[in-house]
Design a binder for this molecule. Structure first.
Ligand code: B12
Length: 218
């Protein structure tokens, strides 16, 4: 593996946020594509941190510093990704957020960024978003895509609540609902009546484009 990507992986693992911004800038400067940096360094490194947390090698402070480093890296990558895809025609209007009770934001933000650089107008509601807030955002923006992120088994059920609330408000037919997050599966998506599920941010764009019949390549 390239040395610079390896350094980015180490910086994320150790939560060195200043260092990681520098390294990501360097990687871009020597010609790495933003998606390569994401897929080959940042995402696997974050996944590894999660595994270390799960097996008791890392503790919550480790997660927090690594997540902060990931955010800093994204601050550098996002404008570059946006700039390179400027010419895309509008694919749709998307509302996205992490459901109530859940503050995990990295995956949700990544999905929002990927939708945005692929031509969607994205309204990111942030984290810990109530079903009511999702419903009013869909109504206000006229969104045709709603992305619900949940990273905890205890908050996945809120995805179902949001779909129910859309039905109650009479706007379920207006919007395609896609769900995701580490514990979410296709079977769960089917069970709660979501229109789509994706495992990662690229899959999210693919499914969104398919559901909304948008032509063109990612
Ligand atoms: C970073 C992290 C944190 C950070 C979050 C910081 C931040 N600003 O986001 C902090 C430290 C705050 C945190 C807190 C907690 N966490 Co945490 N966290 C993680 C960790 C390590 C990584 C998550 C992450 O960012 N991954 C990287 C991104 C890129 O991946 P992703 O989020 O999965 O997103 C991708 C896909 O899922 C998908 N996707 C995501 N959203 C969506 C949405 C749509 C619409 C679609 C289509 C796709 C999609 O695409 C994304 C991009 O590829 C995970 C471990 C893991 N394996 O997931 C644990 C994990 C999710 N956390 C866990 C726990 C238990 C907690 C705490 C309860 C810990 C505690 N004791 O306090 C709290 C909960 C706080 C709360 N109320 O939300 C558990 C959840 C267990 C469970 N099954 O319920 C995990 C799995 C760790 C573990 N193995 O135990 N956490």
């Amino acid at each position: 593996m390239d040395e610079i990507l390896q350094k980015i992986i180490s910086a994320l693992d150790e939560g060195e946020d200043e260092q990681i911004s520098l390294l990501v800038r360097q990687a871009l400067a020597i010609g790495f594509e933003p998606m390569t940096i994401l897929e080959n360094a940042l995402v696997p490194a974050m996944t590894r941190v999660g595994e270390k947390f799960a097996c008791g090698e890392y503790f919550l402070p480790n997660l927090i510093v690594s997540a902060e480093a990931m955010k800093q890296a994204m601050f550098v990558l996002e404008p570059v990704m946006r700039q390179r895809q400027q010419m895309l025609k509008r694919a749709g209007v998307a509302v996205i957020g992490t459901v109530q009770g859940d503050i995990h934001e990295i995956g949700k933000t990544l999905v929002g960024t990927m939708l945005s650089v692929n031509g969607f107008e994205v309204h990111d509601l942030g984290v810990d978003v109530t079903p009511e807030k999702f419903v009013s955002a869909v109504a206000e923006t006229g969104a045709n895509l709603l992305g619900l992120s949940a990273l905890l088994t205890t908050t996945m059920t809120v995805q179902r609540d949001v779909i129910q609330k859309l039905e109650d408000a009479g706007i379920r037919e207006q919007v395609k609902v896609i769900v995701g997050g580490a514990p979410v599966t296709r079977a769960w998506a089917d069970e709660i009546g979501a229109d789509g599920y994706a495992e990662d941010a690229i899959g999210a764009v693919e499914i969104a484009r398919r559901l909304l019949d948008v032509e063109g390549i990612i």
